[in-house]
Write a protein that binds this ligand. Structure first.
Ligand code: SF4
Length: 261
């Protein structure tokens, strides 16, 4: 250390930086998803500016999305992703459309914040048309009022997955007579519909479908003990939210199909 006349206790000492294992894992997962740099362009269609503050919190030091190659651009002509914030107002309709037309293909549209997704607290204002999807097709919704920087980074990572698909797009054509295989074909149609509907109400479209597929897989018990198989699914599940969903689906099964309740 350099010589100094000041006593040791007054010397500045930087604390060694230790990074939590979970943080390391999350960063590795993000870097796995994000394989190329992308440029984003923001279009504020009429919000309260809260979303802008969070976006700037995300792209500036601390959260610093530039380390993942996500950069904010001053022109839609250079943008890969257009981020629409705020409810679509009458005055911003044309500028928002111009930004969309100005961005080169393949481009993605992110609807940001509760206002961008649905119109939010301004949805019934006289000059508001609703969310971004009232105006242009939206690829990713990042909900929240406003979304946190972590949610924002996650949304961009999701957007990058879709952008990658668009860049390597292939067009599939259905051959004559070709039919997609139906899942769980052995189950009665009405029962499937009822279970799927309940799971989607409880967990949303995507996760609801995953959970109900897992549930319906267990109904195909090789030993014929359907309820035993469902009970095993519930007791072996660690996540209490999934246990709740599986239990509700089991109730439906017992009430409507087996007739035990
Ligand atoms: S979602 Fe919330 S923070 Fe974002 S613009 Fe709307 S009111 Fe403001």
């Amino acid at each position: 250390m350099a010589h100094t006349v000041f006593p040791e206790r007054l010397q500045a000492r930087l604390d060694p930086i230790t990074v939590d294992e979970k943080v390391k894992e999350a960063k590795a997962a993000l870097l796995k998803h994000i394989k190329r740099s992308i440029y984003i362009y923001r279009v504020d269609c009429g919000g309260c500016n809260g979303c802008e503050i969070e976006i700037f919190g995300t792209i500036t030091p601390i959260f610093d999305t530039e380390r993942f190659g996500i950069k904010n651009m001053a022109s839609p002509r250079h943008a890969d992703i257009l981020v629409y914030t705020g409810a679509v107002t009458r005055a911003m309709r044309l500028p928002a459309l111009r930004a969309y037309e100005g961005a080169p293909d393949p481009k993605l549209v992110v609807s940001y914040g509760a206002c961008g997704c649905t119109g939010g607290i301004f949805h019934d204002n006289y000059c508001v048309w609703g969310g971004t999807d009232k105006l242009i097709p939206v690829d990713i919704y990042i909900p929240g009022c406003p979304p946190s920087p972590a949610q924002t980074i996650y949304g961009f990572a999701m957007a990058l997955g879709i952008l990658g698909q668009r860049l390597h797009e292939t067009h599939l054509h259905q051959a004559e007579g070709e039919q997609a295989p139906l899942l769980h074909n052995h189950l009665p149609y009405k029962m499937k519909v009822e279970l799927e509907r309940e799971a989607r109400i409880l967990s949303g479209y995507r996760y609801g479908r995953e959970l109900v597929n897992r549930f319906m897989d267990t109904l195909d018990a090789p030993d014929g003990d359907v309820l035993g198989s469902v009970n095993r699914l519930i007791t072996n599940e660690d996540d209490p939210r999934k246990v709740e969903v599986f239990s509700e689906l089991k109730d439906i099964l017992e009430k409507k199909v087996v007739g035990m309740r």
